[in-house]
Design a protein. Sequence first.
Length: 179
Amino acid sequence: MALDGGGALINQAVHTVDLMLWLFGEVVSVQATSKASLHAIEAEDTLVALLEFANGALGVLQAATSAYPGYPRQLELTGSEGTLIIAQDRLLAADLRNPPADLQCGGKADPKPQRVLAHCRRCAGTSIRLEDFLRSIQTNTNPRCDGREGRRSLALVEAIYAACRTGELVRSTGRANLI
């Protein structure tokens, strides 16, 4: 804890937290539990959080370094109008009730996975973030993924850890984050 500030959540799943906040918006409450299931460590190697988003949607975040064989990050968005599956920043499936005509993804019509984050070019893959950062230095402008974006993710991570410590629901303070 002294060196890393946490386990699987802050070290691996924080990137999924970034993506979830970017895609789904603010989280207004969180319940969570964690434990060191496999490794003899102070921090967690297994964590599950139930998130309620400002739009009323519910989400589940799972973070584990205790699972074999340790598959890459996967994000699923499932609702009454369809399902999207993103793995390692690639859109693997888009099964939508009424898909837009210009949708290009790895769904049934086009089985090739597409880089979903390359399309949005905001807080995306490492090379895109680096290009954006360098451009912001050269043009004296703010990067697209600035400190405020990073702070949103850290605020949610802190709220999840608080819910793990207390065993209680952590609610939004009414500001744009959970702390």
